[in-house]
Design a protein around this ligand. Structure first.
Ligand SMILES: Nc1ncnc2c1ncn2[C@@H]1O[C@H](COP(=O)(O)OP(=O)(O)OP(=O)(O)O)[C@@H](O)[C@H]1O
Ligand SMILES: [Mg+2]
Length: 420
């Protein structure tokens, strides 16, 4: 295990509504100390896909520059999340012989070495993928040595055969090259891509939750990322191609108001559960274009919100049901992403999933805790934690150096700030 103290790591959460950048230093406990963070309204990105290169580049630049300013340092590279309906996932398995006679798998059993584990993981990837797809993650569920299953780490065990059950996530290379292009245009290199839900799980889930069985939902603006854990392994990942922005659009349409105003009303007065609202609680809506002030009840507002949230969460439930373990084996649902902040969402989730739900706040970091202990920062914090875990166990993953004015973007920023 590598000691990473003082190493700088950076994360970029590319979202449909917000770009979020974080810069952190690794402490002696291998946890990130946040040195700077930046949020910028997202433009040119929808549901994990780039729809306008220039706008997306600018939004990335804005978020990263804000984080750099706060951290008083520049970064050259970052870990980036992936999401959207270009992502596919499946459960599969691989098998290798460990016995001395590796052709037949017979003969004397021997100790399983790191190389055997790598070999069996390689075997799980031997799938007929189309040319435009690449593997993002191979997430081990369990190993089976001879006929003994449920093994998390087979290193050092004695056996003849090693089998691995894994969850494989793949992405569409064209979709991701467009995103890479925007990141590179913003003068950043990519240290690695991580599935949004995998990152969020790093930030919000306790080990015991992963072991006992938990569904994590990252309710974003354009998508909901779903991940199902059981017995400390990932059993399903999926993406629902609709998010909390649909609720805002409904409010804007019903009240005939601009999206920005609808967004404010949703945050201030919105409830995902009609039964939690009071019929007598009214709020005022200033008339537009000469219309008089209107009074709207929270109850009526919830009557529009609940069906849409229910539809989105039903889809998330169906996605989770694709898992190879029955959902009755999961003990809770954890919610993150900005959409989790809509009041009453936990209660609605509980009724749909028939399981207790809680809001997932990112933990296991220090620095700017009061600003970042927020479900909207789950993916960004999780990216940092994933980065640290990856570097700890795999020395091949070392981050490109960061420093003052070590890249073109930093130089540009320097010029803009000092000359203009
Ligand atoms: N306090 C709040 N109450 C209700 N909704 C909120 C609140 N704060 C944020 N949201 C909603 O959360 C959504 C944005 O969430 P988030 O920032 O996680 O999305 P994103 O990561 O940009 O999008 P995606 O992950 O879908 O690409 C918006 O629809 C916004 O209205
Ligand atoms: Mg998001």
């Amino acid at each position: 295990m590598l000691r990473l103290k003082n190493q700088i790591v950076a994360a970029l959460d590319v979202g449909s509504a917000n770009m979020r950048a974080l810069i952190a230093e690794v402490d002696e406990n291998q946890q990130p100390i946040i040195k700077g963070f930046g949020t910028a309204p997202s433009k040119g990105i929808k549901k994990g896909l780039v729809i306008d290169v220039e706008e997306a580049t600018q939004a990335i630049f804005n978020a990263v520059t804000a984080a750099e300013k706060m951290a008083n340092m520049t970064i050259n590279s970052c870990y980036v999340n992936l999401s959207g309906d270009n992502i596919r996932s499946m459960n599969t398995r691989g098998l290798v012989a460990v016995a001395r006679d590796s052709r037949t798998g017979l003969g004397e059993a021997r100790e399983i070495e790191q190389e055997d584990i790598e070999r069996v993981i390689e075997h799980t990837k031997a799938l007929p993928f189309p040319v435009d797809r690449q593997i993002l993650h191979v997430l081990a569920q369990e190993f089976i040595v001879d006929d003994h299953g449920g093994i998390k780490n087979p290193l050092g065990l004695i056996g003849r055969r090693l089998e691995a059950k894994v969850h494989i996530v793949s992405y569409d290379t064209t979709a991701v090259s467009n995103l890479s292009k925007c990141i590179k245009n913003a003068e950043l290199e990519i240290d690695g891509f991580v599935l949004s839900s995998v990152a969020a799980a790093y930030a919000c889930l306790e080990e015991s939750e992963k072991e006992m069985g938990t569904i994590l939902l990252d309710i974003g603006s354009g998508v909901v990322d779903v991940i199902v854990f059981h017995d400390s392994g990932v059993h399903h990942t999926g993406v629902v191609n609709e998010g909390a922005a649909s609720v805002t659009s409904d409010i804007a349409y019903m009240l005939r108001i601009p999206l920005e105003r609808a967004e404010q009303i949703k945050k201030e007065h919105g409830y995902a559960r009609i039964s939690l609202t009071d019929q007598e609680a009214f709020f005022k809506l200033n008339g537009l274009g000469g219309r008089s002030v209107r009074e709207i009840s929270r109850y009526n507002l919830a009557e529009w919100i609940e069906p849409r949230m229910e539809e989105i969460l039903q889809e998330a439930h169906q996605e989770a049901q694709k898992s190879d373990i029955p959902l009755t084996n999961t003990l809770s649902v954890v919610l993150c992403g900005g959409g989790a902040l809509l009041k009453g969402t936990e209660q609605l989730v509980e009724s749909i999933f028939n399981t207790p739900a809680r809001i997932g706040l990112p933990t296991g970091f220090s620095g700017y805790e009061s600003e970042l202990t927020d479900p909207s920062f789950a993916v960004a914090i999780g990216l940092l934690k994933y980065a640290i875990a990856e570097m700890e166990y795999n020395p091949r993953h070392r981050i490109k150096s960061h420093g003052p004015f070590s890249n073109l973007r930093a130089w540009f920023k320097h010029i803009i700030e000092n000359v203009m």
